[in-house]
Design a protein. Structure first.
Length: 230
């Protein structure tokens, strides 16, 4: 008879495989019945942080780093980067941003339902004026109006900038995925820790929308080490 199988190792192996499957399932999740993203303009900038007292006063520095569906730039460690979304569609939209770490296969939420509620309040300067049902029972106004724009990392949205860092590698490719919906929903459970780090077991969940009022935009973020430092 074969030696006894270590069930602990099997359980751990299954957890890792489940986490890997979760990562690629969410990465590849699209709505083939929607063309919302064809009406969205994306701008990605390094930000001028000379006014270090308040990042809301940061401004784009240099040109748009988003070209042909890809963000490609040389990393300046500690430098802030910001994003601008322009809505050319006929619908008011709710954007939810997730960062897919291609090294450890984790999924981190950058913009969630609760943050969108804060953005709506900042934009409207009121708490009581909302339009669409939100996931918490409140009514949340769309922060990305038809014909309007929304910035992250600078401006009045209340969402601070992000920085990027390369450790020992010369380059790295991660993904920024943006879910656009026509109503406020809670898709925070898309977030997931790295399957290679011990954490609680994956929990079954359903993030699928049943109508056509949603779409996704997947942006590769190519980070290169500055040639001046090589």
């Amino acid at each position: 008879f074969p030696d006894a199988i270590d069930t602990t190792e099997l359980t751990e192996f299954g957890r890792v495989l489940s986490g890997i499957a979760c990562y690629y399932r969410e990465l590849d999740h699209v709505n083939i019945n929607s063309n919302i993203i064809n009406k969205i303009d994306v701008e990605f900038y390094k930000l001028d942080d000379s006014n270090k007292l308040d990042w809301r006063n940061f401004v784009p520095e240099g040109g748009n780093l988003f070209h042909n569906g890809v963000v490609d730039f040389e990393v300046e460690e500690g430098a802030p980067y910001g994003l601008k979304l322009v809505n050319n569609s006929a619908c008011d939209l709710y954007p939810y941003l997730f960062f897919f770490n291609n090294n450890n296969l984790s999924i981190g939420a950058l913009i969630t339902a609760s943050i969108l509620m804060q953005i709506s309040r900042v934009i409207m300067r009121v708490v009581s004026l909302y339009e669409t049902s939100g996931p918490t029972g409140y009514l949340v106004e769309s922060p990305l109006k038809s014909g309007g724009f929304l910035t992250f990392g600078y401006g009045s949205s209340g969402v601070p900038p992000h920085t990027y860092k390369l450790d020992h590698e010369d380059g790295n490719v991660d993904f920024l995925k943006i879910f656009f919906t026509t109503r406020a929903i809670d898709i925070s459970k898309v977030s997931h820790p790295s399957p290679f780090q011990r954490a609680r077991a994956p929990v079954a969940y359903n993030t699928r929308c049943t109508d056509r009022g949603w779409d996704t935009l997947l942006i590769p973020i190519i980070q290169r080490r500055s040639r001046a430092r090589q």
